[in-house]
Design a protein around this ligand. Structure first.
Ligand code: TYM
Length: 332
């Protein structure tokens, strides 16, 4: 009997500050669930963060913030590998091999690039090739599963296309073709002030998002001021009631209650009641994360965990890079 291969999970978060409940409910929550199911590798993707200019001192702090948040939400470094992308040279090496296997046409079709560059000729090249670096992140670890929010779906599809293309050329033992994993309720958390666009780290209005470390008073203000509609009925209807649907999604993702049950629970109630309860649910869910973050953020444990994680990640990455270089005929 052949032994069943252990499930390999890989994902990453950019260290850009303002990690919000969209990141948590779409991706980070899955990171914690999956650590019981296989070998999980969670990266702080600092090389992605410099696709737009960053203050080096701020970037350093943001890297450690994300590392501390990983621990604070419940990732256990004894079960999962936590590391910083630029500590593992294999990401950049594999990224180049994949760049040479990609088409400019497919990169031009990436909606995130189109949104961010808006046809501007001085858009940074890093923004254009960023999905290839993301593909390299995933393929470097032979990941089977990639837990992410829906906004990354196109990048995951590109990763699969690149893996299949290279496999067709050099054999199916070159890359594992990964699958994205998306949660039902948290996959796409929308902005609180403008529920037609996704909640984002960079939106100007602070009240458009709830960051994981926000004070209770800010959480309350953001939810109580969230955009709804004038018909007054608490019903899930993304098209016609995007604001209320978003609040129901957030509520469901934090509480574990289904949206259908919430609709029943709030039948005949006003939006104010729903919002008030959501404030409590959110504050209660984030309180233990904030507490643990304060405990670990400035501990000596944090840098030791990242150093050990980089060593573990490098061990896997070196094997993949050697294998793929061999396929391409690279090296002495
Ligand atoms: P990033 O740093 O923008 O976001 C981190 C994770 O949060 C998810 N997310 C959301 N989920 C639901 N609703 C939202 N409003 C929302 N906003 C963000 C993202 O889908 C993501 O899962 N390119 C990636 C980072 C990356 C990566 C990787 C991910 C680099 N290499 C390899 C997986 C595998 C990004 O910019 O995520």
């Amino acid at each position: 009997m052949t032994e069943k291969k252990e499930l390999r999970v890989f994902s990453g978060v950019q260290p850009t500050g303002n990690i919000h409940i969209g990141n948590y409910l779409g991706a980070l929550k899955q990171f914690v669930q999956l650590q019981e199911d296989g070998k999980c590798i969670y990266c702080i993707v600092d090389m992605h963060a410099i696709t737009v200019p960053k203050d080096p001192l701020v970037l350093r702090e943001n890297i450690l913030d994300v590392a501390a948040l990983y621990l604070a939400i419940g990732i256990d470094p004894k079960k999962a590998t936590i590391f910083v992308q630029s500590d593992v040279p294999g990401h950049a090496e594999l990224s180049w091999m994949l760049t040479c296997s990609s088409y400019t046409g497919e990169l031009s079709r990436m909606t995130q690039f189109k949104d961010k560059s808006r046809g501007n000729e001085s858009a940074p090249t890093g923004l254009f090739v960023y999905p290839i670096l993301m593909a390299a992140d995933i393929l470097l670890y032979d990941a089977d599963v990639v837990p992410v929010g829906k906004d990354q779906k196109q990048h995951i599809e590109l990763t699969r296309d690149l893996a299949i293309r290279v496999n067709n050329r050099f054999g199916d033992d070159t890359f594992v073709v990964p699958d994205g994993r998306y949660l039902k309720e948290g996959a796409r958390i929308m902005s609180l002030d403008e529920p037609s666009s996704k909640m984002s780290k960079s939106a100007e209005n602070e009240l458009s998002r709830i960051s994981l470390l926000d004070e209770d008073s800010k959480i309350k203000k953001a939810i109580m001021r969230a955009t709804t509609d004038s018909d007054g009925e608490i019903r899930y209807d993304i098209e016609n009631k995007p604001g209320v649907s978003n609040l129901l999604n957030i509520y469901s993702a934090f509480s574990g209650k289904s949206v259908a049950d919430l609709e029943k629970q709030y039948e005949g109630c006003g939006y104010g009641t729903l919002k008030k309860d959501l404030v409590s649910v959110t504050i209660d869910a984030l309180a233990p994360i904030k507490k643990k973050f304060e405990e670990v953020r400035h501990s000596s444990e944090l840098e030791a965990i990242l150093a050990a994680g980089a060593e573990q990640a490098n061990e896997i990455a070196e094997v993949t890079v050697k294998r793929v270089k061999g396929k391409f005929g690279l090296g002495s």
